[in-house]
Write a protein that binds this ligand. Structure first.
Ligand code: CP
Length: 329
């Protein structure tokens, strides 16, 4: 029987416990809230003189980043080290991938070095799933896989840290209006955010963007009637509690989907004047990296409502929680 057919979700074992983190789509609410709850005490470790706990002592975490990253790679490394794991960062540019070694051969060789966990970022959607499937089919299911962003598919730990941030500032998901703004078409972050928002019971979920940057059938992405689509930023922002901005993913655009970055900013760039249409205490989020003057004005990015840097800090605790949960620690 294949890996996918062997159980309802490839990221859960037969007991319903998390063994890999590939996507937030279909992940039970109890597991999502369990990770958020688990992350909370980890934020306090940063205040200690010795910022370490022994939960992953003796474990080897391999960071395999086949795509560039500043926040995700670094915070995974910090998180693993705070859990006392040994961290190995494979430098893809100087690895034998450049000599034509396949992804699965690379994985097999690292697994032979007694890896306990792979943190994987890849430009191809499905790469972390493929690795998890390969490990299961070769009897090495004890090695955990964490998706650190695959193509347009998913960025589950970003989605989780975003939910942690929202809960930190707004407490109750079930009373919120949340807008996801921009290039949803190419965004793995948006997909993970939308699935998590739906699972956590946010009643008013909005997607705002030009038609060319929204996927076909976006209104059904998280189930019928669960989100509203706006093409007018001003209209969509009215009365929201949370504004989640997205970067224009130029590297994933196959053709010209926009007139120019200046035109985009005019219609969809978040300025103080447009933000004033949201609730006065609305928070502004962005997964980074930001393109200032394209999707967000510096006055907003650096303004009192922005929680963009706290998102990064919370990312350490959330990634610690994910790795600790996977390792059963
Ligand atoms: N948010 C995010 O994934 O940023 P990096 O690409 O820098 O990891």
């Amino acid at each position: 029987m294949s890996f996918a057919a062997s159980r309802p979700s490839p990221q859960l074992n037969a007991e319903g416990e998390l063994i890999h983190l590939i996507t937030l789509e279909g992940l039970p609410r109890e597991i999502i809230t369990g990770i958020l709850d688990r992350a909370a005490p980890f934020t306090e470790i940063a205040e200690r003189e010795v910022k370490k706990v022994p939960l992953l002592r003796g474990k080897s975490v391999f960071n395999l980043f086949f795509e560039n990253s500043t926040r995700t790679r670094t915070t995974f490394e910090i998180a693993a080290k705070r859990l006392s794991a040994d961290v190995i960062n494979l430098n893809i540019n100087t690895s034998s991938t450049t000599k034509g070694e396949t992804l699965l051969d690379t994985v097999d060789n690292l697994a032979a070095m007694q890896a306990d966990m792979f943190v994987v970022r890849h430009a191809s959607s499905g790469a972390p799933y493929l690795i998890a499937q390969h490990l299961a089919n070769t009897g090495r299911e004890h090695i955990h896989v964490v998706n650190a962003g695959d193509g347009r598919h998913a960025h589950p730990t970003q989605g989780l840290l975003d939910m942690y941030t929202i809960r930190h500032y707004k407490q109750d998901f079930t009373r919120l209006a949340v807008a996801v703004v921009g290039d949803v078409l190419h965004s793995r972050v948006a997909r993970s955010q939308l699935h998590a928002l739906a699972t956590l019971g946010v009643p008013d979920i909005r997607v705002i963007g030009p038609k060319t940057l929204l996927p076909t059938g976006v209104e059904r992405m998280i189930g019928p009637g669960r989100l509203r689509v706006f093409h007018d930023l001003r209209e969509g922002l009215k009365g929201v509690d949370v504004v989640m901005m997205l970067r224009l993913q130029n590297e994933r655009m196959l053709g010209a989907l926009l007139p120019s970055p200046q035109e985009y900013f005019k219609s969809y760039g978040l300025t103080p004047e447009k933000l004033a249409l949201a609730k006065p205490d609305a928070i502004v989020m962005h997964p980074g990296p930001m393109n200032r003057g394209v999707e967000i004005d510096s006055a907003v990015a650096d303004g009192r409502q922005a929680v963009i840097l706290p998102q990064v800090t919370f990312g350490i605790a959330v990634r610690m929680a994910v790795m600790a949960m996977l390792a059963g620690a």
